[in-house]
Structure formats: structure tokens, C-alpha cells
Ligand binder design. Structure first.
Ligand SMILES: C[S@@+](CC[C@H](N)C(=O)[O-])C[C@H]1O[C@@H](n2cnc3c(N)ncnc32)[C@H](O)[C@@H]1O
Length: 582
């Protein structure tokens, strides 16, 4: 759920680049850039999570300009000048630019769920600034306070809503912290509107990053409706809140401890703030909340509405631990990890006292389609290295807590159903089906589909996760799955199953796949390709390359692109594209 800290983003992305070709020269190209000289402007890797989102935002902005008959020449910001004012602490001068602007109409929503508006530039007459405002919707008219200036855009806090968008309904807001917290973008609109916004994100990604596929996809209505999550709230089974502990606060607390006085100034534990003004009526009247959140970048959150009850109980325990430990804590950063798990081992008395265990019968959040044994129950852990279990689609999955596993398990059976339906190959018997599970993690997709397959081959770069995948096959008494550790491309050396009866599933991380994998996939030419992605921008880029640039890519027809709402209330969307060899 990490998003961009606006002041640190500076990226030039005038042209879309193809998926990265791995060579000995650029093996590190997807790693975070190193900033040896702090004075240097940070540049952002365009293939990173932030980089691809930034590219999408740049395209959203181009779109906004062109639909208002404007170009970048009509925009005037002087970010270097503003940086100098910031550096020399010229607050009065800065206030002329980082200013309150009233009655800003929100014209569009970016792929990151933020509003875009056009305002007059304070730098040059008749020129414009593009303003990005969180927690707004198309059609809102708002007052905003600009706090950051970049070359092309300015970022602002939402201060007040003057006129509400037709799709805004603040009465739907479910969380005390919505409007300040970085975690959610869309609690203020009906769920069906969230689905429409997420579909738009997918459509825009293909328009921006797969321009030569886009017209046909649109014309042939290949963009399907986004599949809803069974759980709209209380779905997150993992959170990673943190606290910044200022030295002065620690010192004050230690003194109070020594004098046997109660500690009153406790660091906030929670998530990054996304808006520093209090625009919700509830917040305007809540002086306690305002005081607690006047300074610092972390919002104190005692409960998160999109996380499960157990995870929230874990958060309470972590807060208590912070209160007990922070005066003597060595670091200034306190990072917490909380993850739900299924367990059959006896809970400790402490876990029961802390409400960190929910017996099967009392678990109201358990979806009906999960199969649990009588003696299992849900619990949670703060130990990232612990091997934990999830039970999904009737199968058990053991994995190390900090390795990848989806955090909204309620929607996973729907994804598996989609994969099984779309991996059917015409004119073949039911059992003559093979699956390659590339980027397989701890084997979730391959194992969940294995009953319907003759054979499953999986590949995963993390040795620990690949080992978990092999162990999970054994745990579920499955004999037709084989998992190997290594770069995804390695699977094409191992593959011993007929391409014309095989579906290749690929589910890479946010940075997407690379030319090496896509070239070999094309060479292998399976009957079906199903590409699942939590970053539709890199998915679209990879698909453009696969279909248009690889040897056999032109033989494939795109059946459909379908969003799955893995992350309700946020702007994130999982995108699944299905291709069939003609
Ligand atoms: C989004 S996760 C998907 C995991 C799995 N499909 C699931 O649903 O649980 C992406 C996985 O790709 C793995 N990965 C990243 N780069 C890889 C590469 N070059 N080759 C193989 N696996 C890779 C990551 O370690 C991670 O487990």
C-alpha cells in the first residue's frame, strides 16, 4: 500500500519503454537507484512500482491537457525556484505559491485514485497549473492547499468540499481515519463506482502502454467488468504499520519513568498520512484527533477498517508493546508486522487473553467456501520468519510469513474459477490439460488448479518460496506438480509437456516480466496464456511486446481483460488477461 511521497518524485517518462531485457549490463536496472549524493535529484526506475505509476500519471495528465485543448507549453511551474525557497526557508515568499486555492473543479481521476484539476499559475499570467488532490472525485468543487511543486504538477491537500460530485456519498465512509490515511482512496463512493473507476484504470493502462492493441480491444469490448471482492471491508490479513520515535520523546519518557510519572507523549503507530488538512465534518470537530495528528508523517491508527478483526487485535497488542518498549528502544523506527494464519497448534494463554485467537465456530469473517478442519482456528503472528498456513480453495498452503501470499483470500476462489474456465482448450478431453505456473510463489495457483490438470510445472525465483511450493504439493497429497527454483525463463528448459495442450499462467511482481521470458514464451507457443498482475501498466506493456514483437505473438487473440478487486476501498486492481493461440 505504499504510495509516492510527493516531494521525492522526479521522473522523466516521455516515451514508454519496452519490458526490460536482462543483460549483464542491466541486471541491476530494476533495483532501487542508489543515492550516494543526497543533494542529487532522485530519479525513479520506470519499472518500479512508483515508476510505472508515475508513467501512468504523466499519461493521465497529458490526457487532461489534450481534452482541455492545452499542451505542456500552457503549464507553468518553477520547481527549481520553489526548491530554493524551501532550502532558504523563505516562508513568506513560499506561501505565495504553496497557497490556498478556492473552487477548484475536479476534472478527472488519476489511475492512483486522486483528483486532477486545472488552476491559474502564479508564475506566469494566462498559464496553468495542474493540481492533484487526494480524496476527491470527478465533479467535486473543492478548496485546496498546495504543498508541493514539481515540474509538471503541484500536489495539494483537500481542505473543503464546496460542491459534491454526483458520485460522492460521504455517509458511506466506514473508517474514522478515511480522508487522512494513505491506505484507502474510495470509501466515499458506492462500491459499483469503485468498480467503474478500476475498470477505467485498466482501460487507461492499455491505452497508454499497449497503444497498438488498444483500439481493437476497445472496439471488440474485450475489457470486462471488474469482479467484486466477496469481502469489501475486513479483508486484509496482513498489515505493516510503523512508528517514528523522536529522540526528544524517548528522553522525556525515560525521565518520566525514572520519576515514576505516567508517560503521556506516546509515538503514533499506524500508516503514512495522505492529507494534512481535516476536510471531513467529523474531523473538523475532533480536537483530540487534530492535536494528535498536528505533526509528523504517521497517523495513529488503533483499528483499520479494511483489515480483519484478528489483525486489528494484533495491532492493539503491538501498540501496547510500543508503549512498554519505546523509552528504551534503540532505533528511531519501529516497524510492526502482523499476519493472520490458520493453526492447529494449541494457543498460548497470552494469545487467548490478547484476543489473538478465534476458534472456528466464532470466526464470523470465515467465508463459506473455505474448508477448515474441526480442530483448526485462526490466529495471528508478528514473527515474519515463522512458517504459517492459509487454507484456500480446499488446499493448505504453508509459507514463511514474509514471503508473498495474497492478503485478500476471500476473492482467490473466484480467480481460480476464472483460471480453470479459461484454461480449457477446445477439442481436448478434460484431463488432457497442462499448466505452467510461472512466478509461482508458494505454489498457490498451480496447486489450487492441480485437480483439473494432468501435470503442473511451477517456477519461482525465491528458493524458500519454491521449496514451500514443493512442500505444499506434498502437504495436500498432490503428485502431479513439480516446482523448480530459478528465474522464470528457466522453465522453458525444463518444460516437457505439449505446448498445444498447455496453459502458461504468469503472475510476476509489480515490475512485470522481461523480454527474455516473453521471447521464450512465444517460442514455446502454448495454447493459452493467462497473465495475472497487480500492476496493469507493466502487464499492458508486456502484452504489447508479446503480441506485436515476439516471433509467435501475432498468433494470439486476446479473449478478455478482467479486473479482480483484490483491494476494495483502495485504487489498486488486479488485472487478468487471457490469450488463446489461433
Ligand atoms: C505476485 S507474486 C505471485 C505468487 C503466486 N502466483 C501467488 O499467487 O501466490 C510474484 C512472485 O514472483 C516471484 N518472482 C519475481 N521475479 C521472478 C523471476 N524473475 N522469476 C521467477 N519468479 C520471480 C516473486 O518471488 C513472487 O513470489
Amino acid at each position: 500500500m505504499s504510495t509516492v511521497e510527493p516531494t521525492t518524485v522526479l521522473v522523466k517518462t516521455d516515451t514508454i519503454q519496452p519490458p526490460l531485457k536482462k543483460t549483464k549490463f542491466n541486471n541491476n536496472a530494476t533495483k532501487k537507484p542508489q543515492h550516494k549524493n543526497k543533494k542529487m535529484k532522485k530519479t525513479i526506475d520506470p519499472f518500479s512500482l512508483i515508476g510505472t505509476y508515475q508513467q501512468a500519471q504523466d499519461k493521465d495528465i497529458e490526457q487532461l491537457l489534450s481534452s482541455n485543448n492545452l499542451t505542456k507549453e500552457n503549464v507553468s511551474n518553477d520547481s527549481d525556484f520553489i526548491r530554493k525557497l524551501l532550502k532558504t526557508q523563505q516562508k513568506e515568499e513560499l506561501a505565495k505559491y504553496h497557497r490556498l486555492v478556492e473552487n477548484v473543479e475536479i476534472l478527472e481521476i488519476t489511475s492512483q485514485g486522486e483528483g486532477l484539476g486545472l488552476i491559474e499559475s502564479p508564475f506566469e499570467n494566462r498559464l496553468k497549473q495542474i493540481v492533484i488532490v487526494p480524496f476527491t472525485l470527478k465533479g467535486d468543487v473543492v478548496n485546496v492547499h498546495i504543498h508541493t511543486t514539481h515540474e509538471l504538477v503541484v500536489h495539494a491537500d483537500l481542505v473543503d468540499i464546496v460542491k459534491e460530485s454526483p458520485i460522492r456519498d460521504n455517509s458511506l465512509i466506514n473508517c474514522k481515519y478515511f480522508g487522512i490515511c494513505q491506505g484507502c482512496n474510495y470509501q466515499h463512493t458506492e462500491y459499483k463506482n469503485q468498480m467503474a473507476l478500476k475498470k477505467q484504470t485498466i482501460v487507461s493502462a492499455y491505452k497508454y502502454f499497449a497503444p497498438s492493441l488498444f483500439d481493437e480491444l476497445k472496439e471488440k469490448s474485450k475489457f470486462s467488468e471488474v469482479v467484486e471482492s466477496p469481502r469489501k471491508y475486513k479483508y486484509r490479513t496482513k498489515i505493516t504499520p510503523h512508528a517514528n520515535i523522536a529522540k526528544s520523546v524517548k528522553k522525556e519518557a525515560l525521565e518520566k519513568l525514572q520519576n515514576n510519572e505516567p508517560i503521556t507523549n506516546i509515538p503514533n503507530l499506524g500508516f503514512e498520512k495522505s492529507n494534512k488538512h481535516f476536510w471531513r465534518a467529523e474531523h473538523k470537530n475532533d480536537l483530540e484527533l487534530q492535536t494528535k495528528n498536528k505533526f509528523g508523517s504517521i497517523l495513529d491508527v488503533e483499528s483499520c477498517s479494511i483489515s480483519t478483526d484478528l489483525v486489528n487485535n494484533g495491532l492493539k497488542v503491538s501498540k501496547q508493546k510500543l508503549i512498554n518498549d519505546f523509552p528504551t528502544f534503540k532505533n528511531n523506527q519501529y516497524n510492526v508486522f502482523i499476519r493472520e494464519k490458520t493453526t492447529t497448534s494449541s494457543p498460548t494463554l497470552k494469545d487467548i487473553e490478547d484476543n489473538l485467537v478465534i476458534p472456528k465456530a466464532e470466526d464470523s469473517s470465515k467465508p463459506a467456501f473455505e474448508e477448515w478442519s474441526e480442530d483448526s482456528f485462526r490466529s495471528c503472528t508478528s514473527n515474519q520468519r515463522q512458517t504459517i498456513q492459509e487454507v484456500v480453495c480446499g488446499k493448505k498452503f504453508d509459507f514463511v510469513a514474509n514471503e508473498f501470499f495474497q492478503i485478500n483470500t476471500s476473492i482467490l476462489p473466484l480467480v481460480i474459477e476464472h483460471v480453470l474456465t479459461n484454461s480449457k482448450i477446445e477439442n481436448t478431453s478434460q484431463k488432457e490439460r497442462y499448466l505452467v505456473d510461472a512466478y509461482c510463489g508458494s505454489g498457490f495457483i498451480g496447486i489450487a488448479c492441480s485437480d483439473k490438470m494432468d501435470k503442473v510445472l511451477g517456477v519461482e525465483v525465491s528458493e524458500r518460496a519454491a521449496q514451500s511450493a514443493a512442500e505444499n504439493a506434498k502437504l495436500n497429497n498432490i503428485e502431479n506438480c513439480k516446482f523448480i527454483a530459478g528465474d522464470a525463463e528457466k522453465i522453458f528448459k525444463e518444460v516437457d509437456i505439449p505446448a498445444e495442450l498447455t496453459t502458461v499462467i504468469m503472475d510476476p511482481s509489480r515490475k512485470g516480466s522481461n523480454q527474455g521470458f516473453l521471447d521464450q514464451l512465444s517460442e514455446y507457443a502454448p495454447a493459452k496464456v493467462i497473465y495475472i498482475s497487480c500492476n496493469v501498466n507493466t502487464q499492458a506493456r508486456d502484452m504489447e511486446y508479446f503480441v506485436k514483437e515476439t516471433k509467435n505473438g501475432g498468433l494470439y487473440e486476446i479473449d478478455h481483460v478482467t479486473g479482480f478487486d483484490f483491494f476494495p476501498q483502495t485504487h489498486h486492481v488486479e488485472s487478468v488477461i487471457v490469450l488463446t493461440k489461433k
